[in-house]
Design a protein around this ligand. Structure first.
Ligand code: GLN
Length: 211
């Protein structure tokens, strides 16, 4: 049987994950994936989602990010990506983007792909940022959580698993291949959380430290 470029071994195609790069702390996610030995691509247009296994939606300013997603048609494209089995990680503003309900902001566009109610900037407006050691399901030992004007998770849907709790509220949650944190795992210098997300997405992390 003739072989052609089209039937070249699948193993030659690297697994690629994406980082939504419209606004906010996307470079840090990119760097975390690359440190783990996984190729990452910055996503600015729907066509950049093609062939990705998962997408990280970073922290930033959730209203601005939502407007930019809409402007570039990325909101519908990300919904299609999710429907086709793509994994998602939303951190901080990214968690707000994934939520089904944003308390006090009924008009704010959201993807609605994770059954959560969130309240923006709910850990205090004056002393808005803090750090805390967290216990995270599946990780050995504490994980240093960096919280920056973090949203509070007020409600999780029945299908949503809570991976970590701080001060009585969930701060890391997951529903299958969709993961959200209200802290910034990309800013802690500890890539174990990203490695855990990659494992959920079925992506091998060649440099992943044991969790
Ligand atoms: N408070 C921001 C918002 O509501 C999110 C903060 C962050 O992503 N660090 O958009």
């Amino acid at each position: 049987m003739a072989t052609s470029a089209a039937s070249a071994p699948h193993a030659a195609v690297p697994t690629v994950v994406g980082v939504l790069a419209l606004q906010g702390a996307f470079r840090e996610h990119h760097q975390a994936f690359e440190r783990l030995g996984v190729t990452a691509r910055e996503v600015r247009l729907p066509k950049h989602l093609e062939g990705l296994v998962g997408l990280a939606i970073p922290g930033g300013e959730s209203t601005t990010m939502a407007k930019l997603m809409r402007a570039y048609g990325l909101d519908d494209a990300i919904r299609d990506f999710h429907a086709a089995g793509g994994g998602l990680l939303g951190t901080c503003a990214g968690a707000i983007a994934l939520a089904t309900d944003i308390a006090g902001f009924p008009e704010q566009p959201r993807l609605g792909l994770l059954d959560l109610s969130v309240a923006r900037n709910d850990y205090g407006r004056q002393v808005a940022s803090f750090e805390a050691d967290l216990a995270i399901a599946g990780l050995e030992g504490p994980f240093h959580g960096v919280f920056i004007r973090a949203p509070r998770i007020l409600r999780v849907g029945d299908a949503v698993e809570t991976l970590s709790v701080y001060d009585g509220d969930p701060v890391a949650v997951a529903d299958g291949r969709v993961v959200a944190t209200v802290f910034h795992p990309e800013l802690s210098g500890d890539d174990r959380f990203h490695a855990q997300v990659l494992a959920r997405w079925g992506v091998p992390a060649p440099n992943g430290a044991p969790t």
